[in-house]
Design a binder for this molecule. Structure first.
Ligand SMILES: Nc1ncnc2c1ncn2[C@@H]1O[C@H](COP(=O)(O)OP(=O)(O)OP(=O)(O)O)[C@@H](O)[C@H]1O
Ligand SMILES: [Mg+2]
Length: 488
């Protein structure tokens, strides 16, 4: 019986896990063959699936991370499984807003206001609010890098080919624009939570005001934050109650100090009190006794904004994609961000162990959090977290996706601990190509361009967006058109 070559290829496809949609999330289409086969990331059980994403600025690292989060969300849910996705977001983007506005304007011109509103109800609401509520207007216009509750309208007009008929990038990948449910956790918010919610998609967004319990703040950290000088009398007293007696409630400390330190000078008491007042007034902190269990149930708030006295880690959910907002929406210093990363990991360990749910944690611009190789010590909570995830993640089914522009300044174990490596567009440094050649088995064959800023490069950039290399298990590397992000 004659078997057509086409059928033969098809049967190979199902035996190669990278061609099999059941084996894992969709990655994109192969560049090197005529058929441009669709590639999937075969997920391994009991092994880590960490992915490291490299690439020069502007080629689509963040876009691919988003696409990967979407692909994972879709994959797990198609299989009827829960998944916990947590994304650490670094930036918001004003240019994205401007492009969204331009898109809306064009739609209104093309289809008329009514039809455009029917097509894109969120955009209609968004720009209407901006016009009608001047008090909100100057607070708006900063959608996050991971505004995943908004469909990716601005890539709608990107075409793969125009001849013989136009094929847009989504259709070519077998995808459609889509928005996803997100829960966005903000800390010491710098603008109205309502504005943050609207900027990131409104209806499918829940905004949570994140808090940290004071008992999680070490005395040393507190002293740095509130400029408590070493050697002062009030500093010594605070240290004693905080660190030795482990009392982390400003009111409780004051009460006890009054009774237990009768010989304290009036001025010392005043200094102590003013520091404790400052701590009490800081919206980041939770103080006093731990909430009773009944409060653990999240009551659905009317306006999609949660502001309850409990630690941010209580809000992690599998019902939505969790976005930890480290953009300028949150007023945090680096040490606080690192602590939040660490506390998150402590909670994830519990969830992963108890609920047996797969976890995916995304860090965009990882260098911002962990710092350079020289800072990779146990005192750096971000590094400590990363190291622990790499060590313990495997048995707990906790996976990391990390992205950065430069590799060579970072600890080498970061790349050696990754199972897979993706490069988007081009590399930013020749040193990184050297590192990749060591880290990837077929690295010697890699011809990844290293690009310097020039006008010629700028002109070429458009063509390279969303394309690059994916190294499976750091063993073999393919060139591919990455899955585009369906959400904004
Ligand atoms: N497949 C694609 N086709 C066309 N444009 C794309 C594609 N992927 C991403 N882009 C566009 O490229 C731009 C840069 O993408 P992105 O912000 O993801 O890059 P980045 O590598 O994260 O940059 P940065 O280092 O500045 O954060 C975005 O405007 C995005 O819309
Ligand atoms: Mg980015």
């Amino acid at each position: 019986m004659a078997v057509s070559t086409r059928r033969a290829t098809t049967s190979t496809e199902s035996t190669i896990p990278h061609f099999n949609p059941v084996s894992g999330p969709y990655l994109g289409r192969l560049m090197s063959t005529n058929r441009k086969e669709k590639l999937y990331l075969p997920l391994k059980v009991g092994e880590a699936n960490h992915i490291f994403i490299l690439g020069k600025t502007g080629y689509g690292k963040t876009s691919f991370m988003k696409a990967l989060a979407e692909a994972l969300w879709e994959y797990y849910h198609e299989q009827g499984r829960e998944v916990l996705i947590v994304i650490f977001e670094r930036k918001y983007d004003y240019s994205k807003f401007q492009r969204l506005k331009a898109f809306w304007k064009k739609r209104v011109e093309e289809f008329g206001y009514e039809e455009a509103t029917r097509m894109h109800p969120f955009l209609a609401k968004y720009f209407e609010v901006m016009e009608k509520r001047p008090s909100l207007k100057n607070q708006l216009g900063f959608p996050g890098d991971f505004a995943m509750s908004i469909p990716n309208y601005i890539l709608l007009d990107a075409y793969i080919t125009r001849k013989p008929y136009p094929v847009d990038v989504f259709t070519w990948h077998g995808l459609q624009l889509k928005s996803f449910p997100t829960r966005r956790i903000i800390f010491r918010p710098t603008r109205m939570p309502e504005a943050i919610r609207l900027d990131n998609g409104w209806g499918k967004v829940e905004v949570v005001i994140g808090r940290i319990h004071l008992r999680d703040i070490s005395f040393e950290m507190l002293a740095r934050k509130f400029d408590i000088p070493k050697g002062t009398a009030y500093g010594r007293i605070l240290r004693k109650y905080w660190k030795v007696y482990k009392i982390h409630d400003p009111d409780e400390i004051l009460k006890r100090v009054k009774v237990e330190e009768p010989s304290m000078r009036e001025s010392t008491f005043e200094s102590l009190k003013s520091i404790l007042d400052e701590i009490r007034a800081d919206p980041l902190y939770l103080k006093g006794s731990v909430l009773k269990p009944k409060a653990e149930k999240i009551t659905r708030s009317e306006n999609g904004i949660y502001d309850e006295p409990k630690p941010f880690t209580d809000y992690l959910t599998t019902k939505a994609i969790n976005i930890i907002d480290f953009s300028d929406n949150s007023d945090l210093d680096l040490e606080e961000q690192r602590l939040i990363m660490y506390l998150m990991w402590q909670k994830i360990k519990l969830i992963a162990g108890r609920k047996r749910v797969d976890v995916w944690i995304f860090f965009d611009e990882i260098q911002d959090l962990i710092g350079t190789a020289g800072e990779a010590s146990r005192h750096n909570l971000a590094w400590k977290t990363m190291e622990e995830i790499y060590r313990k993640g495997r048995s707990l089914s906790v996976n990391v996706v990390a992205g950065t522009q430069y590799l060579y300044k970072l600890p080498m174990s970061l790349i050696m601990g990754a199972a897979h490596i993706a490069v988007i567009g081009a590399l930013a440094s020749p040193k990184d190509l050297d590192i990749l050649r060591v880290a990837i088995m077929d690295g010697e064959r890699l011809r990844i361009p290293v690009e310097h800023d020039s006008f010629e490069e700028f002109l070429k950039r458009r063509k390279k967006k969303g394309r690059g290399w994916f190294s499976f298990d750091r063993e073999f590397t393919v060139k591919l058109y990455f899955r585009p992000n369906q959400s904004f």
